[in-house]
Design a protein around this ligand. Structure first.
Ligand SMILES: Nc1ncnc2c1ncn2[C@@H]1O[C@H](COP(=O)(O)OP(=O)(O)OP(=O)(O)O)[C@@H](O)[C@H]1O
Ligand SMILES: C[C@@](O)(CCOP(=O)(O)O)CC(=O)O
Length: 456
């Protein structure tokens, strides 16, 4: 059991290449973890101070959002744990994180204290309108008068980050030697989080968001969805023995077959996210693209193959930039500087032309799918915006991240490029809010719990 408090955080995500294709384990994706992080602070009562000696209560507080709080009674029936929110409040992500961690560790009820978890989320995950910043000497967070479900999201993967840090916090209660720098423990966090996140969402996406929250910036290939869909169905009060055995086997003794090669953006380059402020419905987009793909075979496979080639070339040439830096830093820095000082001639440098051409292939084919499927992956207004962005000094390339749609654009620029200044007052960019985000190379990290006190 954790003595005192522990704290953890996990990053948000932006998928720069691989959207839709990554739903098929044949294809890989390029996912950048972001500096906006989800945080959890966990502590336990003493056994004597439990609310009820014959129960386990887990209280999760999200004070940033109207002081939201969920109190789960971990009902113990037939050898299994069924989380029940005592006031009938809903949060499927918290519920499934609790369900899976408790049925994985199967703690002794009388020897398990009550657990308190506080959640904090960095500003980038949600609209900052109607919020006040509260800070201490270490951190600051936006505090909203509205409950979490009423605050607009920005697409950085809030639920994936939430389930990751809550799962990690709960594991730390049952495993006092949890080490989030160890591959074994990170894989346990990843596996339990993927199960809970998919069950909470009621669908099995590629899982790239949970993988990035756990491992950081990665080249990612998904697991086969049957790993999760083949888990026994469970209903309140069931004998969970079969589920618990299947879950333990899946978490501890199954090769998920994912690819999670840690990467980092080339030195001197940074990711700039532009929030265009009109949300997209990812599940609807995915359904339309799937319908298009299945109705247009074998041509749709040819188009996917072209996009995959673009994705792989993007990854290849971005990686080669990193290698150029390592081999000849002076030449590399001079090359990067030309993005600012000689932007008109960016295509004269093969190192840049290769990356830009790869992204052009991806975008061109996504526009084709947009036209044919009715899924607005790169709609005209985004095409125009991206093409204008490519003319800005310091910009190497840009794309719609993840599922695309109307809500965001991602640009790769030099670290010294100031897009806010370059586009200030320019009506062509009036609908874009440049987010103060950086790429984050690491996934789950342990934090200092003292840094989450006395926000004013
Ligand atoms: N700070 C938080 N505290 C409590 N619950 C949260 C918090 N952040 C997210 N959630 C939960 O996650 C849900 C949002 O998850 P959902 O799957 O709808 O979007 P998402 O794809 O994760 O969002 P996005 O990728 O746009 O950030 C919220 O409705 C809430 O249930
Ligand atoms: C369309 C998809 O490939 C990516 C969705 O990315 P995002 O939620 O738009 O960041 C879905 C998935 O990978 O689960």
């Amino acid at each position: 059991m954790v003595n005192g408090s522990k704290a953890f955080s996990a990053p948000g995500k932006a998928m720069l290449a691989g959207g839709y294709l990554v739903l098929d384990p044949k294809y890989i994706s390029y996912v950048i973890a972001l500096s906006s992080r989800m945080h959890s602070v966990v502590n336990t009562t003493s056994l004597e101070d439990k609310v009820d000696a014959n129960k386990i209560h887990v209280t999760v507080s999200s004070s940033q959002f109207n002081n939201d709080q969920w109190v789960f009674d971990m009902k113990y029936l037939n050898g299994g744990f069924f989380p029940e929110e005592v006031n009938g409040l809903k949060n499927p992500f918290l519920k499934m994180a609790l369900f899976n961690v408790f049925n994985y560790f199967k703690p002794t009820l009388s020897a398990t204290p009550d657990i308190n978890i506080e959640i904090f989320s960095d500003a980038g995950y949600h609209s900052q309108n109607d919020s006040d910043i509260k800070r201490n000497q270490f951190k600051h967070f936006n505090f909203h008068k509205n409950t979490i479900t009423e605050v607009p999201k920005t697409g950085l993967g809030s639920s994936a980050g939430l389930v990751t840090v809550v799962t990690t916090a709960l594991i730390s209660v049952f495993n006092n030697s949890l080490d989030v720098t160890s591959a074994k423990d990170l894989n346990q966090i990843h596996n339990l989080t993927q199960v809970a996140h998919c069950q909470a969402q009621g669908k099995v996406g590629s899982g790239f968001d949970v993988a990035a929250a756990t491992y950081g910036s990665i080249v990612y290939r998904r697991f086969v969805q049957e790993l999760i869909t083949n888990l026994p169905e469970t209903f309140q009060g069931d004998d969970l023995k079969d589920y618990q055995e299947a879950l333990t086997k899946l978490v501890d003794n199954t090769d998920w077959g994912i690819k999670n090669d840690v990467i980092r953006l080339p030195h001197g380059l940074r990711l700039i996210m532009g929030d265009v402020n009109s949300g997209s419905e990812t599940p609807k987009l995915v359904a339309k693209v799937k319908q298009w793909y299945e109705s247009n075979l074998p041509r749709s496979l040819e188009i996917y193959t072209k996009i995959d080639e673009g994705n792989r070339n993007f990854i290849k040439f971005i990686t080669e930039l990193n290698e150029l830096h390592d081999n000849d830093e002076t030449k590399y820095k001079a090359l990067i500087k030309t993005l600012e000082t000689d932007h008109e001639n960016v295509m004269s440098h093969p190192e840049f032309a290769n990356i830009k051409n790869a992204v052009s292939v991806i975008r061109e084919n996504f526009r084709l799918i947009t036209k044919e499927s009715g899924a607005d992956i790169e709609p005209e207004v985004q095409t125009q915006l991206l093409d204008k962005c490519l003319t800005l000094k310091g910009v190497l390339t840009g794309m719609v991240p993840g599922a695309g749609g109307y809500d965001a654009i991602s640009l790769l620029t030099t670290v010294d490029t100031d897009l806010k200044k370059q586009t200030y007052g320019n009506l062509e960019f009036q609908n874009v809010t440049w987010l103060d985000l950086e790429q984050a190379d690491v996934g789950v990290v342990e934090e200092n719990p003292e840094h989450y006190k006395n926000f004013i």
